[in-house]
Design a protein around this ligand. Structure first.
Ligand code: PTJ
Length: 244
């Protein structure tokens, strides 16, 4: 359904349409549509803009990507449906590995997401490339690729259910997530949480990575340090104060 450009909720409704089309195209799971609704509710409470605490997290994430030996960005159905092109652009800027890993496993959907990424000029790891196991995650999601997630030292895993970030951390990797819900388990477990809509955050992360290229490793180390608990408290406060 085309959304009128003068509709007051144009941005939000067009994003919904994009996700529905991606669901019909076999990229987004049915549960992914529900997950998006939860994200929308938190975005509404945030005022649907990028706050300073998210900008700080974006800078820390970008510095960690720049410093990492093998940074990996995890793509699921919702991430692919919303920002596949931006993820590919970021992977070119960094460089950054992309791995497809799905909560609701499906060979067909994995293949469709890989093709979507390739259509934008990127490449993606899947366990099919050579498989190892990530202990502590349910279902076949514990199958990860040796050359992607299996070799990672810094992982960006956005829009996740609870166990992925937890398992990555237990395996010794530094982790970041993007999640509109500051109370979620992923948001709490990650070293860096960008509490923002992934559609707004991704272009800003790419800009930050580009901007930080000129910095020395010492400067990057300084920027990479982040008080995640403090940032989550800020996000929570901004949601509650807005509606007092
Ligand atoms: O494609 P699959 O099979 O891997 O499934 C992906 C989903 C998203 C269905 C799966 O990972 C899942 O069930 O996730 P949850 O437990 O619903 O958590 C998703 C988190 O992402 C929630 O905390 C939402 O608030 C948040 N979220 C949803 N949309 C956005 C978002 N955060 C940032 N930007 C969004 N657009």
């Amino acid at each position: 359904m085309p959304v009128r450009t003068d509709h007051p909720r144009h941005a939000s409704l067009s994003t919904r349409e994009r996700l529905i089309r991606a669901h019909e195209g076999g990229i987004v799971s049915t549960a992914g549509l529900i997950a998006h609704g939860r994200g929308e509710a938190f975005d509404y409470l945030l005022g649907e803009y990028t706050h300073d605490f998210a900008i700080d997290a974006i800078e820390a994430m970008a510095a960690n990507i720049a410093l990492a030996r093998h940074p990996v960005f995890v793509v699921n159905g919702n991430v692919a449906g919303l920002v596949a092109e931006d993820v590919v652009a970021l992977s070119r800027e960094a460089p950054l590995h992309i791995e497809v890993n799905l909560f609701t496993p499906s060979v067909m959907r994995t293949q469709s997401i890989v093709e979507l990424i390739e259509g934008f000029g990127g490449t993606a790891h899947t366990p099919g490339d050579g498989m190892t196991t990530l202990p502590g995650v349910s279902s076949s999601r514990s199958s990860i690729s040796v050359s992607g997630l299996g070799s990672a030292d810094f992982v960006v895993a956005p829009l996740q259910d609870g166990d992925m970030v937890h398992a990555l951390k237990k395996a010794g990797m530094k982790t970041a997530t993007i999640d509109l819900n500051p109370l979620s388990r992923s948001a709490q477990d990650a070293d860096i949480t960008v509490v923002d809509n992934i559609t707004r955050a991704l272009p800003l992360i790419r800009d930050a990575v580009r901007f930080l290229k000129e910095r020395t490793n010492e400067e990057l180390e300084e920027i990479s340090r982040f008080d995640n608990e403090g940032a989550l408290q800020e996000a929570h406060r901004s949601m509650t104060e807005r509606y007092r």
